[in-house]
Design a protein. Sequence first.
Length: 61
Amino acid sequence: MKPDAEHRLPILVRGWLALRAALRRRRQRQQLAVLSDPMLKDIGLSRSEALEEARKPCWRR
């Protein structure tokens, strides 16, 4: 969705979209935390970088 079109959506729809995005980030960060070191190396992250990202709250980008 275009950023300029998103501000025209009703507030409940924007809230729903924000919640979905936060839950998706949470799931992705949980998955990142359990990747093996070789997998992390494949995507160009160190273990410490992956854990730092995984510790972020879901509402932070």
